[in-house]
Design a protein around this ligand. Structure first.
Ligand SMILES: [Zn+2]
Length: 280
């Protein structure tokens, strides 16, 4: 599943290639993904120029000259492919939405499992759009701080893991980056949210920014190569400290004690990976 760093990488790749280009044709190859495509998608986007691309949480926002926004969520398996103007391209089975540009280039949304979504909004009411209005602050933005996190956790009876997964508290964090951030902050995933101290909130915000920032940097470095695979953006190999590392030597304790291995527990139906020695 694409997480925030993948979506950010996709947005950066789309921004490089699509900004300033005009959409000549919109082809829908089916009526729906998780939900129906907007019925006005074709008439709204055709003959519009892409002004800019932004990310909000795990949504891709494509802005056009007449102040409409196409909102794309990649779901479980969605991919954005950018096909250069001169390249022949055979449409694939799961290519559901194809934007063709004036120079012959294409942007394709391919989604094998069809949990993705495409919506439309007006620029003037994007903040109140149903997909975005309940989202908390961006984890890399100025509205997310140790103080704001500490205050949001004051009345959280749920675990810190569940609190960080709650998109209203902070937007765009998924299972992987929550596990990694709690590890680097030294906080046990089963701690109740309201027991997290101000100092721990500071460590946690720093850890979240670090793990996301590093992953985005890795993603960015893959963008220059996007043409030599299938044109798809944003999927790349990660090095995780704890995620999916059950039974592996703990990277924090490997110099201290060789018996510390990464533990796995299940919380709200999702695996959590952590170091039982240093996460308190
Ligand atoms: Zn350890």
């Amino acid at each position: 599943m694409p997480e925030l760093p993948e979506v950010e990488t996709v947005c950066q790749g789309m921004a490089c290639v699509l900004e300033g280009r005009t959409i000549m044709e919109v082809v829908l190859r089916r009526e729906n993904l998780r939900a129906a495509f907007p019925v006005t998608l074709k008439e709204t986007l055709e003959n519009q120029t892409v002004t800019h691309i932004k990310r909000r949480a795990k949504y891709i926002l494509l802005y056009t000259t007449d102040h409409h926004i196409m909102i794309v969520h990649l779901g479980m398996s969605g991919k954005i492919l950018l096909i250069p103007p001169a390249q022949n391209y055979d449409v694939q089975k799961h290519d559901h939405l194809i934007l063709s540009f004036e120079d012959g280039g294409k942007m394709i949304l391919n989604d094998a499992r069809r949990f993705g979504m495409v919506m439309l909004a007006n620029e003037s009411d994007i903040e109140t759009h149903k997909a975005l209005k309940l989202l908390g602050p961006e984890p890399l933005g100025n509205h997310f701080s140790a103080q704001s996190l500490y205050e949001s956790l004051r009345n959280k009876k749920t675990t810190i893991k569940a609190a960080l997964m709650d998109q209203r508290l902070v937007a765009g964090l998924g299972n992987i980056y929550v596990c990694e951030s709690l590890f680097y902050a030294g906080i046990h995933p089963q701690r109740r949210g309201d027991t997290v101290t101000e100092t721990e909130s500071e460590k946690l915000v720093q850890a979240i920014r670090d793990v996301l920032g590093k992953a985005i940097a890795v993603g960015g470095s893959t963008l220059k190569d996007y043409r030599h695979a299938d044109g798809s953006l944003g999927y790349f190999q990660h090095q995780f400290a704890v995620y999916n590392k059950e039974g592996k030597t703990c990277p924090r304790c490997s110099n201290v004690i060789d018996q510390c291995t990464i533990q796995r527990i299940v919380q709200n139906g999702r695996s959590t990976f952590y170091c039982a020695r240093t996460q308190e």
